[in-house]
Design a protein around this ligand. Structure first.
Ligand code: 6PG
Length: 227
């Protein structure tokens, strides 16, 4: 497995604390790329209520690591998930860069935008039961995206994950200063164990970043829980 494994009781709380610590440690504007999914929603709801050590959100630039090709208002949009669970509760940010799919060449556009900006400070990723992360699905084209592309469009060839997608590539994730993968619950144990074993048929096992952190709860660790 690439990166460092941190086993915790409460992944959402650990994620929120990590964001508080990282944003507090950097004096410059801080860029954060958001994820989709239920675990991410819990993480953002927890972050929104970080009363003890509030984040100065006017210093934060918001990006997305992947998105479903639906309108930003759609219930399945990752933009809407973050808007509802966090952005609507923390007041204005320095900048917000949703992954819009209702424009032509959406992936090219976001790719250029990301590559024209300083590297993202922290990208947040999840793990699907099929071993996917961001919208990098098993057997999908984006797994073999050219190294110069940080964002591409993608679909799940097996149809397990709905909607066409825009997603960061492995190269785009590696270009970020840090990456955190949050994994919670027994439904992820099989996929997590494949990653722990370096089973490269799980896309998440290909993740690489100079500062890659796996925040995993004991339920997801299952029989391998070190705690
Ligand atoms: C998406 C996500 C995806 C998600 C995982 C985990 O848009 O679906 O970015 O990669 O993080 O599927 O989702 P859950 O936390 O809901 O299991």
């Amino acid at each position: 497995m690439n990166g460092s494994l941190v086993v915790v009781d409460d992944v959402a709380a650990a994620f929120a604390q990590l964001v508080v610590d990282r944003t507090a440690a950097s004096k410059a504007p801080f860029s954060l790329a958001f994820s989709g999914g239920s675990t991410a929603r819990e993480c953002y709801e927890h972050l929104a209520h970080e009363a003890e050590s509030p984040i100065d959100w006017t210093r934060i630039d918001a990006w997305w690591g992947d998105e479903r090709c639906v309108s930003l208002e759609d219930a399945d949009s990752n933009y809407r998930l973050v808007e509802e669970s966090l952005l609507s509760k923390v007041g204005p940010l320095a900048s917000v860069h949703p992954m819009r799919s209702d424009v032509s060449d959406a992936a090219d556009l976001y790719d250029r935008l990301v590559r024209s900006a300083p590297p993202i400070d922290l990208i947040h990723l999840g793990l699907g039961p099929d071993g996917h992360t961001a919208s990098l699905f098993p057997g999908s084209e984006a797994l073999n995206a050219p190294l110069h592309r940080f964002v591409v469009s993608n679909v799940d060839p097996l149809g397990h994950n709905r909607h066409a997608r825009l997603t960061f590539t492995f190269a785009g994730i590696a270009n970020c200063r840090s990456a955190v993968v949050t994994v919670a619950g027994a439904s992820k144990t099989e996929a997590l164990h494949r990653v722990l074993d370096g089973d490269l048929s799980a896309p998440a096992a290909h993740l690489a970043n100079e500062d890659l952190i796996w925040l995993v709860d004991t339920e997801a660790m299952g029989s391998r829980s070190a705690r």
